[in-house]
Design a protein around this ligand. Structure first.
Ligand code: FAD
Length: 309
């Protein structure tokens, strides 16, 4: 049983999501290969070869793969798919874009966002916005899987010595063209990797008031997140949204400020280690999941907390 993991990277650095995805893959088999598809990826190949336990790094390095276009990446995966019992992607934007194309072409059902591996056919995955965990068993000959990365420990990035093998690069599909990439530059940690997150809700009332959270986040070296109500109201940009239709986060500390704790928000913070809630309504559902709760007006409590820190 050989497992193929699809690496996520920016052509220069391997993304941490791949280490978590490998955490899931090693629960399936000790024979795990990694496909590295990109352009000018020698440095990334070395990073992957150094990961403890990886047995082989397959490198497809060419123009068609320079920009992570799902149409081309899925073709590249399909070129080698037959050799593998399990093809495993991180449950990221990129993984979710490519995995279904691979599953459809392999004529198998995709197994989405697994949070545990029971055996080689059986997995756990959240349903109903994380309110229930389904145990799913697939009898397909091949499994195409996406992994909820926050549910699996990252494997150590060092200690390995896998062989690196170049493989032929597929031709451009001609179905999509890379136009450009607008990357938000921020001094703050990325939400999905942050150890501390300060998140704000509708109660902030305006984009200006959101700066209260920025000041608190500065003191804590934290990322800033937001509820969907805050995003929809224009108080915070879309990429800060945490929850079922936003980002799933797993920080050591999550501070929810003026957030009621709707089930769709909680779906994104289930793996947070310590949750602190500040809300003026003592009956707000967020207090049902919070480890520490402060019933207070945020416009008093947040500046006081920032000052005290
Ligand atoms: P509210 O529910 O309005 O809560 C505001 C809270 O602030 C209240 O508890 C109030 O007591 C408190 N408050 C008010 N003033 C103060 C003050 N001065 N000081 C302290 N506390 C104060 N939501 C998400 O967040 N993420 C998602 O990904 C998401 N996906 C969704 C997907 C679907 C299909 C649907 C239907 C909904 C989704 N939602 C999501 C929306 C979700 O249902 C809630 O509407 C949303 O989370 C509410 O945001 P909120 O807590 O900021 O606002």
């Amino acid at each position: 049983m050989t497992v193929l993991v699809i690496a996520e990277h920016d052509n220069g650095v391997l993304k941490k999501a791949t280490l978590n995805t490998l955490g899931a893959a090693f629960k399936l088999s000790s024979d795990v290969h990694v496909l590295l598809a990109g352009k000018g990826v020698d440095a990334v190949a070395t990073q992957i070869a150094n990961i403890a336990g990886v047995t082989k790094v397959l490198v497809a390095d060419g123009d068609a793969l320079a920009h992570d276009l799902a149409e081309n990446l899925s073709r590249q995966v399909l070129q080698i798919a037959d050799a593998y019992t399990h093809i495993v992607f991180a449950g990221t934007t990129s993984g979710k874009n490519t995995a279904p194309r691979v599953a459809a072409k392999c004529d198998v059902a995709q197994i989405s966002e697994i949070t545990a591996v029971i055996d080689s056919d059986t997995f756990e995955r959240p349903i109903y916005a994380g309110s229930a965990i389904a145990t799913v068993k697939s009898l397909d000959k091949q499994k195409v899987i996406t992994v909820r990365t926050t549910a699996f420990e990252a494997v150590p990035a060092t200690g390995g010595s896998a062989g690196i093998e170049a493989i032929p690069v597929v031709a451009d599909s001609g179905l999509s063209t890379f136009v450009g990439r607008e990357i938000v530059k921020s001094e703050r940690p990325e939400l999905t990797n942050a150890a501390v997150i300060v998140s704000g809700g509708r109660a902030l009332g305006s984009a200006e008031n959101f700066q209260l959270l920025e000041k608190l986040a500065d003191k804590l070296g934290a990322a800033v997140g937001a509820s969907r109500a805050a995003v929809d109201a224009g108080y915070a940009p879309n990429d800060l949204q945490v929850g079922q239709t936003g980002k799933v986060v797993a920080p050591q500390l999550y501070i929810a400020v003026g957030i009621s704790g709707a089930i769709q928000h909680l779906a994104g913070i289930k793996d947070a280690k310590v949750i602190v809630a500040i809300n003026k309504d003592a009956d707000a559902p967020i207090f049902g999941v919070a480890d520490y709760g402060l019933v207070a007006d945020l416009f008093t409590a947040v500046p006081e907390l920032t000052e005290a820190l």
